[in-house]
Design a protein around this ligand. Structure first.
Ligand SMILES: O=C(O)C(=O)C[C@H](O)[C@H](O)COP(=O)(O)O
Length: 203
């Protein structure tokens, strides 16, 4: 796989409550031109959803989000996750993610956290929570001293604010829930999700 940051301008971050929604959701994203999804571990159905997408819709690159423990890394990898995303990074979690051999984006919010990742040889990270932690202005400032860091800002980003992030030299893509909000998934509103995906793919 090319870098996770280069798959799409936007990574849809989703909460799937019912695993039966996973395949139609995956197909709606693909139909809209978005080839990637981050399934958060914020629901009981998440691992089953990852497994269904990995087996039934292999054209969509399925990753796992909200990883906070090594156990979760193992479970998500077994389920078929192709990349790993965490909101932050502890040494145990970073070791577990590195051991899988899969691409991973550990979460960072400060300059020292970014430098700690660089110490480990990690140059690609998730910037979380993006809007609350300083938004585009913060990232523009960080690009000066740490130009080798590439980020996927996530958290509080909207279709309207995404372009401000995507214009930055140190941003590869953004993550956000607006393409496939939980209520649209619960309602099975695949047409709305496909339309939002189409708009996001064009950003
Ligand atoms: O669970 C995680 O690990 C997360 O990444 C949290 C996400 O940042 C949000 O789910 C993004 O949601 P919005 O801020 O609505 O776009």
């Amino acid at each position: 796989m090319s870098s996770v940051l280069d798959l799409s301008p936007v990574i849809p971050v989703v909460v799937i409550r019912d695993a039966d929604d996973a395949v139609p959701l995956a197909r709606a994203l693909l139909a809209g031109g978005v080839p990637v999804i981050e399934v958060t571990l914020r629901s009981k159905a998440a691992l089953a959803a990852i497994e269904l997408i990995a087996t039934e819709v292999p054209e969509l690159v399925v990753g796992v989000g909200t990883l906070t423990t090594p156990d979760q890394v193992e479970a998500a990898t077994k389920a078929g996750a192709k990349f790993l995303i965490s909101p932050g990074g502890t040494p145990r979690l970073l070791d577990a993610m590195a051991e899988t051999g899969l691409p991973y984006l550990p979460g960072v919010a400060t300059v020292s956290e970014m430098m700690a990742m660089l110490d480990r040889g990690i140059t690609e990270m998730k910037f979380f929570p993006a809007s609350a932690a300083g938004g585009p202005e913060y990232l523009r400032a960080v690009a000066g001293p740490l130009p080798q860091v590439r980020l996927c800002p996530t958290g509080g980003i909207t279709e309207a604010s995404a372009p401000d992030y995507l214009a930055l030299s140190n941003v590869g893509c953004v993550g956000g829930s607006w393409i496939a909000p939980t209520n649209a998934i619960v309602d099975g509103d695949w047409a709305a999700i496909e339309a939002a995906a189409k708009a996001a793919a064009a950003l």
